[in-house]
Design a protein. Structure first.
Length: 154
């Protein structure tokens, strides 16, 4: 390129030569939106194959990250369940149950992004059953509100 060409002409020449829009903008200092407008006015199109491939790679990477996070959340749920089983009073049980609920809800949302909707509905149903069982066992009443139960045991 010679320095005597104005940036718009340089941008159009680079676009015709097959350079990408953002590359043309970087090389010439012309804003990307202007590069797009100039190319459209001259009936020059940009090859989007590289953009499509990069987008597909990001989608795959995101799915892999969500799968990893989903697995880590299941490990966290398992640890919270251990705390639930070690609970010695209603307060500890309540906080462990809340942790399980929050972690399980996060897991359902994460795996629901990529999985079929039926799996998410099934997981929500299991969460509801767990919640009902805990409420039934502990009556939903904190230990400090129970009469005659100084240790918080049911």
């Amino acid at each position: 390129m010679t320095d005597t060409l104005d940036p718009h002409t340089q941008a159009l020449d680079l676009a015709r030569a097959g350079h990408g829009r953002n590359e043309v903008a970087r090389l010439t200092g012309v804003p990307p939106t202007t590069v797009s407008r100039l190319a459209a006015e001259a009936s020059v199109t940009f090859d989007r194959a590289a953009t499509a491939a990069a987008t597909e790679a990001r989608v795959i990477d995101s799915k892999a990250k969500r799968a990893l996070l989903g697995g880590e959340l299941l490990e966290d749920i398992s640890q919270a369940r251990e705390q639930l089983h070690r609970a010695t009073d209603a307060k500890d049980l309540f906080f462990a149950a809340k942790a399980i609920d929050a972690l399980a809800s996060a897991h359902v949302r994460i795996v629901g992004v990529d999985g079929p909707p039926d799996e998410a509905a099934e997981a929500k149903s299991l969460l509801g059953a767990l919640h009902e069982a805990l409420i039934g066992k502990w009556d939903g009443t904190p230990s400090s509100a129970r009469q005659g139960d100084e240790e918080g045991q049911p």
